[in-house]
Design a protein around this ligand. Sequence first.
Ligand SMILES: NC(=O)c1ccc[n+]([C@@H]2O[C@H](COP(=O)([O-])OP(=O)(O)OC[C@H]3O[C@@H](n4cnc5c(N)ncnc54)[C@H](O)[C@@H]3O)[C@@H](O)[C@H]2O)c1
Length: 285
Amino acid sequence: MSDSLRVAVIGAGTMGNGIAQTFAMHGHSVNLVDLNEEALERGMSTIRRSLERFVRKEKLSAEQSEEILGRIQPTTDLAGAVGEVRIAVEAVFEREDVKRGIFEQLDKHAPSGAILASNTSSIPITRLAAATGRPEKVIGMHFMNPVPIMKLVEVIRGNRTSDETLAETVRIAEGLGKTVGVARDYAGFVSNRVLMPMINEAAFCLYEGIATREDIDTIMKLGMNHPMGPLTLADFVGIDVVVEILDILYRDFGDPKFRACPLLRKMVEAGKLGRKTGEGFYAYD
Ligand SMILES: NC(=O)c1ccc[n+]([C@@H]2O[C@H](COP(=O)([O-])OP(=O)(O)OC[C@H]3O[C@@H](n4cnc5c(N)ncnc54)[C@H](O)[C@@H]3O)[C@@H](O)[C@H]2O)c1
């Protein structure tokens, strides 16, 4: 295990609670910040349920699970939470104004040497860094969902991120048992720039009647040895999120290859957003 650090995670939602859990599972002390007690309680109960699964699978003892929970301190006080941290990881809503506000506060209250990381999927790290007086310390740490399970952290180097910050962030991520891929700060980084056009093209295949949804998924799953087909994956990600990211890629690169399939837009209009609404390309209970 790497040295034990004091860290803060801002946002206790899907990603934030997974990030907090992962740091705590590797011996770090975590201050987990959200706007209110309900959000914190939801985040903490997700962590408890996840740890129970590790215990059931005998990957952790009940005692270890308690110790891990004991290392996570939920709080609504951001300023107090970041006062002594080595690194703060921001995982709030994917809205630039909200994230910039958080980065201003992190810059004000975190120690001057602390790394300020964002888990954003699509907002330029360089723009978040510009909200601080320490752009060399700002970096992207793009964890994958579910964080405790998924091996990858895509580390995004902003225009002014220093070599030292990059090296330390990679070291911290590897200390969490993750494998790092480094990308430069352009829309979609690598992960979404490659994934979203694949999902989009799968949607076009369905839209143009090239194949059924099942055949599209079967061909891509078995033919490319992917764990699931692109339409199944799109339902996991959320069709609205897919369209949002395609729109960002289209806007930033001005390249028609990123135009969202009309079928995806129609699904968003109809509220067929995937698993979270019970229906996307497939129906769910
Ligand atoms: N969900 C995914 O699969 C996924 C994968 C990779 C990256 N991301 C990125 O991670 C980030 C978080 O996504 P999510 O899915 O966890 O969102 P989410 O909606 O589940 O959670 C966001 C949390 O942030 C909290 N929050 C909002 N404003 C806040 C503030 N000012 N201070 C403190 N807390 C605040 C909310 O109360 C909520 O609990 C986004 O940037 C998203 O793009 C998501």
